[in-house]
Design a protein around this ligand. Structure first.
Ligand SMILES: [Zn+2]
Ligand SMILES: [Zn+2]
Length: 269
């Protein structure tokens, strides 16, 4: 497995471009796992440009859900505006509803000057029920419904054995399902909006301590702290990183443009 993990956007809720956020980064959720892109936050803009420059013309974008921070970059994803590109989107049912109409509202006039019928690429929306196993670009991808307002979908990319779990506020039953879903994987990229000291219930998010605890329970080699609080500046993030590394030295704190080689992450089982 020679795939890389590339973090194009790691911030939760809203982009931050001020200098005090520049080390960890302020683009919102987008992670590349080999040929797949997870989420279409503002990070997807840089991802699209880099993949086009590398000659890629077919794209697979797996969406966790359609809250703004996860789709905000989509209208500016350059491959959609090129006639020589093909773009596949994947979207799970969200709290029992199809997310497609919500996604189309994102580019509805007058919120955006043109609607998706103006895209020049061939593009297709693949809808599924969270829990289904998908076959995408020769990869097997497992899916899990997450507890989050309006729902969200977690992914496990087989072979790479990378799990992408955001956004989520787990209760006990969700925690048990999650541990089974991620068991034995290489890395879990996880919603760490909060820490135990500033946790706000009913906001639909989780803590970095829960990330480490789930990874330990499920023997996941590498916990990846992700979806950083929009007010967590570099100093705050450095403190979190120091504490998390003291608890589990394999932990990584995601930064925009961070690249991880899968073979370096190891696997416990
Ligand atoms: Zn989010
Ligand atoms: Zn959300």
């Amino acid at each position: 497995m020679t795939d890389q993990l590339i973090f194009w956007g790691t911030r939760g809720s809203i982009p931050r471009s001020e200098p005090e956020f520049s080390h960890y980064g302020g683009a919102t959720s987008c992670v590349q796992v080999g040929p797949l892109l997870l989420d279409a936050g503002t990070g997807i803009v840089g991802a699209g440009d880099a993949m086009l420059a590398a000659g890629q013309r077919e794209f697979h974008v797996l969406l966790s859900h359609v809250h703004f921070d996860h789709v905000m970059g989509l209208p500016f994803f350059q491959p959609l505006w090129r006639a020589d590109c093909v773009v596949h989107f994947y979207l799970g049912n969200l709290a029992g509803e199809s997310g497609q109409p919500m996604l189309q509202d994102l580019m509805r006039v007058p919120f955006f000057p043109v609607d998706p019928s103006y895209f020049r690429a061939q593009w297709q929306m693949h809808l599924f029920q969270a829990g289904e196993c998908l076959q995408i670009a020769d990869r097997q991808v497992e899916t899990l419904a997450l507890t989050h307002p309006q729902g969200a979908t977690g992914y496990r990319i087989r072979d790479a054995e990378v799990c992408y779990i955001t956004d989520i506020e787990p209760d006990e039953a969700m925690g048990q399902r999650l541990v089974e879903f991620i068991r034995g994987s290489r890395a879990m990229i996880y919603d760490c909006t909060f820490g135990e000291d500033d946790f706000e219930p009913d906001h639909g998010h989780s803590t970095w301590q829960q990330c480490l605890a789930f990874c330990q329970a499920a023997e996941v080699a590498c916990p990846v702290i992700f979806h950083h609080h929009p007010r967590a500046c570099d100093q705050t993030m450095k403190n979190i990183e120091r504490q998390a590394l003291a608890m589990n030295p394999s932990t990584r704190v995601a930064r925009d443009r961070m690249v991880l080689q899968l073979e370096d992450l190891g696997r416990r089982v």
